[in-house]
Design a protein around this ligand. Sequence first.
Ligand code: SAM
Length: 245
Amino acid sequence: MNSKRIWILTLFPEFFKPLLECGIAGSALRGERNEGTTSFEVNCINIRDFSTTKYKSVDDSPFGGGPGMVMRADILRDALLEGVVKAHGYRGLEDLRVIYTSPRGVVWNNKVAREFGTKALGEDPRDVVFVCGRYEGVDERFLEKYVTEYYSLGDYVLTGGELAVMVMLDSAVRFVPGILGNKLSSQDDSFEDGLLEYPQYTRPRSFEEMEVPAVLLEGNHKKILEWQRAEKEKMTRKHRPDLKS
Ligand SMILES: C[S@@+](CC[C@H](N)C(=O)[O-])C[C@H]1O[C@@H](n2cnc3c(N)ncnc32)[C@H](O)[C@@H]1O
């Protein structure tokens, strides 16, 4: 089994508690889903611990003026090199993928999540470091020197990178082989074949005078598959026609 350490450089480590404590992603990222091909360990590093200023600040005003504050390159470098590389026995940056979430990044979608899950969280021997920006962002010199890749959640601005990292981890870890209980479950999900998922039903059979579609109760597997395929098309045309164009 591969083992993968994930480091999150953040000013708000408490953000990650619920992700790590709840659900399938939580148990996978706590290293408790042993049927998976990768065993994970996630650690948060508080960037503030690497500040050398009297009031433990990590930011300063931007050169050239402008609103807000910018995270300092020297403090982020120390968090990365001292807090991760040296403290945890890495040979150097060659052992790590350093990821910054930012509106400038590759836009995250199911295809990117699958690739990230199978490669960055799976086959790639390098461990992963996420850098969570805050304020107006990070001094460009840190990004230039230390960041190997950028991802964006979409064309809007978050107040920090923490939510982006959580979304990335939650959606990508599903693609690490063995993490989802039923091997087929990610294959049936929305976007896998460019379509939305078909509608799902469970007990009770009758709910507020609405019945479960009869075909699902008849036990004819071929007919069920045909119905599911047709419903996927219908759902996609109705809710996300853009996926079909
Ligand atoms: C308030 S934002 C800074 C936005 C920056 N001034 C800009 O205009 O691009 C603070 C941090 O949130 C994160 N962030 C903001 N929007 C994001 C997005 N769409 N995807 C991923 N991370 C994002 C980045 O790490 C960023 O440094």
